[in-house]
Structures are given as structure tokens and as C-alpha cells.
Design a protein around this ligand. Structure first.
Ligand SMILES: NC(=O)c1ccc[n+]([C@@H]2O[C@H](COP(=O)([O-])OP(=O)(O)OC[C@H]3O[C@@H](n4cnc5c(N)ncnc54)[C@H](O)[C@@H]3O)[C@@H](O)[C@H]2O)c1
Ligand SMILES: O=P(O)(O)OC[C@@H](O)[C@@H](O)[C@H](O)[C@H](O)CO
Length: 408
């Protein structure tokens, strides 16, 4: 029997370190589609690589010297194509063994891969018309719905109607910290280091189950309450992660684990996650005790010294992170609905406004806004908290206070 196949857009950290491996474990041959010719050449030369699971184990009796406990998983049955080679992308979609499409390219790139997916779907309809499932694994609310809307713009009415009925467009929540690979040697450019923890929750109702695909895949949780999973993850893990990164950057810490050890930073991060947590418990009816454990587990994941996760990776694209439904303002607005005060979340927002990394275009755009309009007006335009409101004033006050951290 021919091997079933999946195509995954984005052979980066989360593609090679998380989604690709789960697809391979589920018996799929994974075709990675990327713009990086070096990675694609390596995939086609070696057809395998290793995932290094970097445990958060401290050496007994030596608190500050982490003991590197590492397991390895071998990922075989992989290959690559360049997304710029449209004919190859279309051929993969036309293959009747192709059953799943996943992405991890970053939210701003979804519109760039949409034309290729649209062409692929047209080809598939023409050749055999088999059912397919698409799951975008990006850190945002309703990422697959966004991808679907972008793809449909490239289809005529007939093809769009076919794509509605024959393609499952499933949103998901995707959680595993995977920093850029480091320290595996020049001869292992595809290897990637990951934390042990992972969670992939997928909207069960949106998946097409009438094809060949056997669900759930390895490591996948099917859920009828995806919003709860997405909010819990984005408003806890990503919220605390971003605040740790922005405050860590201000204080000159290089990595997340160094930043979270700083007592001043830790207090604000813990405070923000408590505030966000009260709102999440109200909104989704989570068990309070279990949610406290989730917060504690999240902070312990930040402490993993073996990940060496740079604050600039975690803080990247601050304007995206300041989106109204994203990790900082999402929980702040949710808490507002329940009258929960959020001073530490707003400190985190203020810290994002101080993130001025030259090679991050969004960071520079944000700094430009502050320079042009002044901090209060820039906060109003970006966060929606108008000048004169308590939230705007708290952010501006925190911004001025946190500036002194930078100068120190
Ligand atoms: N790394 C993590 O810890 C993590 C965890 C959960 C979710 N995510 C999400 O996964 C997504 C990817 O993050 P990452 O850390 O893997 O980033 P990454 O930069 O390591 O990977 C992105 C990949 O996309 C490729 N790419 C860029 N443009 C492309 C195009 N037009 N066509 C095809 N490929 C293209 C890049 O070459 C790169 O290989 C993001 O949405 C991120 O929020 C990341
Ligand atoms: O990928 P971003 O830029 O949305 O967020 C940076 C990190 O917080 C993120 O990649 C986490 O490592 C990941 O979400 C863990 O599951």
C-alpha cells in the first residue's frame, strides 16, 4: 500500500520540531514546503534528522549549573519542495495519498502561501477531488480561518464551493517551545532542540472525517471547545513569555530563562498570569486549582536553561503581539469584561512599547509611532485604550517607570 502523505508549509522550528514529527509518528511521509533552498536541499539529501528533547533538569546540589538531560528522536520519511516551484506544490496536492496540509510559517506569511494552496486545491479537484484537511499551526486565534479566507480569494466561485465541501479547515492551539536550533554541529543542520512538553488541540467539528485520514493523529487532542484551549495557551504561555521577553530585553537579559530568574521580572509575570487567569476562569469555567497548576507549570517551562531561548525570538513582531485578540491585550480586554484590575498585564503592554530592536521591522515601526504621536496617543491607537482612561494612564505611567530599568 502506498504511504500516506502530508504537506507542511514552513520547515522551521515548529515544523521540524513539532508538527512534522507528529505527522511522521502517525505514519505519514512529510513533504516540507519552504523558501529556504538550503533546508530543502538538506531534506532531500538526508531524508531524516533528529529532534533533541532538552529536559529542564537541574544538577543535584548545583542550583545554577543545569544538567543537560537529552533524549533524541529520529525523524525519517521526510522530503522537501520549494514553495516557489508551484508545479511541484500542485503535484503534491494532486497526489491521492496526500491527506493533510499543515503550516507553521508565521501569521504574516499565510497570505504568501495562500496562492500556492489555492492552485494545489484546483489541481486536486480536477484530478480526483479527494477530501483534504488543512490545519494552520500559527500562534493566533482562528489562524486556519484566516488562511481559508486568503485561499478563497484566489478561487473562482465553483472551486471555492468545492473547497468548502471537500476541505476541512480546522483551527487549533499549538504549544511546544522550539527555539532556533543551536549546537548540533554543522553536519546536522536539520536537527532541532525542543522542550519535552507539547500540546496540539484541534477543532474536532471542523475536520473532514470522510476521507482516508485516521483521527486523532499521534499527539493530537480533538476538542469541541477549541476557544478554551486557544485562550488558555495564548493568554498564559504566550502572554507570560512575551512579558518575560520584553522586560528581560529592558534589563539586558539574553535568554528567557535568565530573565525569569530576575525577581522583579518574575513578580510582574506571575502577577500578569494571575490577572489573566482570573479572567480565563470566569470566561471558560476552568477549575481554579488546575489553572493555578497550569500557571506554575508554564513558568517552570520558561526556566528551562537548556533551551537557550533568546528574548528577541520570543519578543519578535511586537505589533502583532499587541493585537486586540493576542496575548497581551486579549487577556486585558477579557479581564475588563469582568471588572478585574490588570496592573501587571498593563506593565507588560508598556514593556512592549519599549522594545526597540533595530532588526525587527515591527519594533522600529512601533518606536516610530511613539516618536511621532507621543506615548499616550500611540497607546490609544495601538491598544484602543483612549487617552484619559485608567488603562491608558496606567500604561503610560508604567512606560515611564520601566524606562528607568533600561537606563540602569
Ligand atoms: N517556535 C515555537 O516555539 C512555536 C511554538 C508554537 C507555535 N509557533 C508558531 O509557529 C509558526 C512558525 O514559528 P517558528 O518558530 O517555527 O518560525 P521559523 O522562522 O523557525 O519557521 C518559519 C519557516 O517558514 C519559512 N517560510 C517563510 N516564508 C515562507 C513561504 N513563503 N513559504 C514557505 N515557507 C516559508 C521559513 O523559511 C522558515 O523555515 C509561528 O506562527 C509561531 O507563532 C512557534
Ligand atoms: O511565535 P510567536 O512570535 O507568536 O511567539 C513567540 C513564543 O512565545 C512562541 O513561539 C512560543 O515559544 C510557543 O508558542 C510555545 O508553544
Amino acid at each position: 500500500m502506498p504511504q500516506k502523505k502530508a504537506i507542511h508549509f514552513g520547515a522551521g522550528n515548529i515544523g521540524r520540531g513539532f508538527i512534522g514529527p507528529l505527522l511522521v509518528q502517525s505514519g505519514y511521509h512529510v513533504v516540507f514546503a519552504d523558501v529556504d533552498a538550503h533546508v530543502i536541499d538538506e531534506l532531500n539529501a538526508k531524508h531524516s534528522y533528529e529532534v533533541h528533547i532538552l529536559d529542564n533538569a537541574a544538577a543535584p546540589g548545583a542550583e545554577d549549573v543545569p544538567k543537560k538531560k537529552e533524549r533524541r528522536e529520529s525523524i525519517d520519511s521526510v522530503s522537501g519542495i520549494l514553495t516557489t516551484h508551484m508545479d511541484q506544490v500542485i503535484r503534491e496536492f494532486e497526489d491521492p495519498n496526500m491527506q493533510i496540509v499543515t503550516t507553521a510559517v508565521g501569521p504574516p506569511i499565510l497570505e504568501k502561501i495562500a496562492p500556492a494552496i489555492a492552485k494545489g486545491l484546483q489541481g486536486r479537484r480536477r484530478v480526483h477531488g479527494g477530501v483534504l484537511n488543512v490545519i494552520a499551526c500559527e500562534n493566533m486565534v482562528h489562524q486556519t480561518t484566516l488562511l481559508k479566507d486568503l485561499v478563497l480569494k484566489h478561487l473562482d466561485a465553483d472551486d471555492a464551493a468545492w473547497a468548502e465541501t471537500h476541505v476541512g479547515w480546522a483551527n487549533c492551539s499549538v504549544d511546544r517551545i522550539v527555539p532556533p536550533a543551536q549546537g548540533f554541529g554543522d553536519s546536522h543542520p536539520l536537527d532541532v532542540g525542543v522542550e519535552d512538553f507539547y500540546e496540539w488541540a484541534v477543532d474536532e467539528n471542523a475536520l473532514k472525517k470522510d476521507g482516508e485520514v485516521q483521527l486523532p493523529l499521534a499527539g493530537m487532542k480533538l476538542t469541541q471547545d477549541l476557544e478554551g484551549y486557544i485562550h488558555r495557551k495564548l493568554f498564559t504561555l504566550n502572554c507570560g513569555h512575551a512579558i518575560t521577553a520584553y522586560l528581560g530585553y529592558l534589563k539586558g537579559h539574553q535568554t528567557v530563562d535568565q530573565a525569569i530568574k530576575d525577581p522583579q521580572i518574575r513578580d510582574i509575570v506571575k502577577g500578569a498570569l494571575e490577572e489573566s487567569g482570573y479572567a480565563l476562569v470566569k470566561k471558560h469555567g476552568f477549575n481554579e486549582e488546575e489553572h493555578q497548576e497550569y500557571i506554575a507549570k508554564t513558568i517552570s517551562r520558561f526556566e528551562n536553561p537548556n533551551l537557550k531561548d533568546d528574548v528577541s525570538r520570543v519578543g519578535r513582531q511586537p505589533l502583532r503581539k499587541l493585537g486586540r485578540e493576542d496575548r497581551l491585550l486579549g487577556p486585558a480586554y477579557l479581564a475588563k469584561q469582568y471588572g478585574i484590575p490588570v496592573p501587571d498585564l498593563l506593565r507588560g503592554v508598556a514593556a512592549a512599547f519599549l522594545y526597540d530592536v533595530k532588526d525587527d521591522p515591527q519594533s522600529m515601526e512601533l518606536q516610530g509611532e511613539v516618536e511621532k504621536k507621543g506615548i499616550a496617543r500611540a497607546v490609544e491607537d495601538i491598544t484602543g485604550f483612549t487617552v484619559g482612561t485608567e488603562e491608558n494612564e496606567t500604561i503610560v505611567k508604567s512606560y515611564e517607570e520601566l524606562k528607568t530599568w533600561k537606563a540602569a
